[in-house]
Design a protein. Structure first.
Ligand SMILES: [Zn+2]
Length: 160
């Protein structure tokens, strides 16, 4: 994905915001073949995060704010990759709804890995903290499919 494609994909922030937001610095070195989506924290403003998902009709970008809630040492489940993470590994991210509802302050929340490495966790390419993965009987392909369904379900809620 090019910078212009990414900036042009955002559905829940203004064109001006999409133009100004800070892209990940490691865009060229990402392992694209192992990624179901592109996610990153704003390197200049850490409470902002972004997600770009490839859908049938092109990439869809979502702007989030991370809530300040700190889990401490508690475990929390990522609702995208279904990995149980310790403390700050998962955070509640809040995205304005698309269109008028969002401008009126309506949001949709998503508990998600703050390192956005969900694609790598389901493929076993990155290990979470000990105890983070359940023994599941799903194959990697099934886990990838579930991840995509979770993400697309979230996007549907956002645009509804
Ligand atoms: Zn995750």
């Amino acid at each position: 994905m090019t910078e212009n494609e990414i900036r042009g994909s955002f559905i829940n922030c203004s064109k001006g915001e999409a133009k100004r937001l800070n892209l990940p610095r490691d865009l060229d070195s990402r392992r694209w073949e192992d990624l179901d989506f592109l996610g990153w924290r704003d390197p200049m403003a850490h409470e902002r995060a972004y997600l770009v998902v490839e859908r049938g009709d092109g990439p869809v970008g979502v702007a989030f704010r991370l809530t300040g809630a700190d889990n401490g040492s508690r475990r929390a489940l990522c609702s995208v990759c279904v990995t149980s993470r310790q403390g700050p590994g998962v955070a509640l991210m809040v995205a304005p709804r698309v269109g008028k509802a969002g401008r009126e302050g309506n949001t949709v929340g998503l508990h998600m890995c703050t390192d956005f490495a969900c694609s790598l966790y389901v493929r076993g390419l990155k290990q979470p903290e000990p105890g983070g993965r359940f023994a599941e009987t799903l194959t990697v392909d099934e886990k990838i499919k579930r991840l995509e369904e979770n993400l697309h379900g979230f996007l549907d809620r956002l645009t509804k």
